[in-house]
Design a protein around this ligand. Structure first.
Ligand code: PHE
Length: 345
């Protein structure tokens, strides 16, 4: 035994690196095991000259302590990051595919409609889904016990008192909130979820989505309404689209109309989507009833306005020729993936 080879071992220990638990164990056996190098040196120590024993003893002990500490330290680092203890990853293997979700068709339609009205200068307003009778009916000119309330089968949250809570049946309630709080002139669209107590079928659901719009300013006329709807329809369904209006009734608008767009499948010739008529119904609209303006504190002798509202599922059905509304709520990935690509028809 020479001091030289003890020093060499000390240096070797300093530089020792292990990537796996197995390598650490091998190092321990090599240095400290029964037949390990350091154990062998201790054997040899017995034969060392008496004079040199002190010097060799000290340095041998230092070597052993160092080896024990080093093996411990290597074990600790491997435990702290156990992945290193595994065989190194094979970077040539193909990666795991991450499945990306896609936008829901109703969201896509909502965004497209909102974008169109933003271009026309409309803001977006949102309101609560659990509303009170005042915002859903009373302020919209539905008097108590008026049969028009039956047009919208309502889910009540708390019945019985003067202004019961209910699930909003249309987002016109958000328009009331806009009229109550926003400075005039008002130009808003209100997208949101609405609820009606209807039997679920291919054409109706108890939950669906609407987007309603409201424009109030001085001298707003029915001609402005027609023009806004025409421009919207052409942005949404293509530049050749025509619209027609049929007289209708809503308690909060007078006059009121139902809007049809020319069928973009058969271009007016008649097909099974438009049931041979050449027209597709897309929304209700009308001039805001002066009673409604007054109920929200707007001077109806100075201001007038129009409102419109449409169902997003219905627009999406027309746009992509989906024949059953229920598909939009079932979250069947095979259906939803159909819409991964472009919004264009
Ligand atoms: N709120 C009506 C509905 O839900 C739609 C509508 C909005 C009609 C604005 C006219 C004006 O059916």
């Amino acid at each position: 035994m020479t001091l030289e080879n003890i020093k060499k071992l000390l240096e070797e220990l300093d530089a020792l690196k292990c990537g796996t638990a197995k390598e650490v164990e091998e190092a321990r056996v090599r240095y400290l095991g029964k037949r390990g190098e350091i154990t062998a040196l201790f054997e040899e120590f017995r034969t060392v000259d008496k004079d040199a024993k002190r010097e060799f003893g000290r340095i041998l002990n230092e070597l052993k302590q160092k080896a024990i500490a080093k093996i411990e330290a290597l074990r600790d680092t491997l435990e702290a990051c156990p992945d290193d203890a595994q065989p190194k990853a094979d970077l040539t293997l193909p990666g795991d595919e991450l499945e990306l979700g896609s936008r829901h068709p109703v969201s896509m339609v909502r965004e497209q409609i909102v974008d169109i009205f933003r271009k026309f200068g409309y803001d977006v307003a949102e309101g609560p889904e659990i509303e009170d009778d005042h915002h859903v009916f009373e302020a919209l000119n539905f008097p108590a016990n008026h049969p028009a309330r039956d047009m919208q089968d309502t889910f009540f949250v708390s019945a019985g008192h003067l202004n019961p809570l209910l699930l909003r049946t249309h987002t016109s309630s958000v328009q009331v909130r806009a009229m109550e709080t926003m400075p005039l002139p008002i130009r808003v669209v209100c997208p949101g979820r609405v609820f009606r107590n209807e039997a679920i079928s291919a054409r109706a659901h108890c939950i669906f989505h609407q987007i309603e719009g409201l424009y109030i300013d001085e001298n707003v006329t029915f001609a402005d309404l027609k023009q806004a709807i025409l421009l919207f329809a052409r942005e949404m369904f293509g530049p050749q689209t025509e619209i027609r209006m049929r007289p209708s009734y809503f308690p909060f608008t007078e006059p009121s109309a139902e809007v049809d767009v020319s069928c973009n499948i058969c271009h007016g010739k008649g097909c099974n989507i438009c049931k041979g008529t050449g027209w597709l119904e897309i929304m209700g609209c009308g001039m805001v009833d002066p009673n409604v303006l007054e109920a929200s504190g707007i001077d109806s002798s100075k201001y007038s306005g129009f409102a419109f509202g449409m169902g997003l599922e219905r627009i999406a059905m027309l746009k992509w020729q989906v024949n059953d509304l229920r598909h939009y709520f079932e979250n069947d990935l095979r259906f939803l993936r159909e819409f991964n690509t472009s919004l264009e028809v």
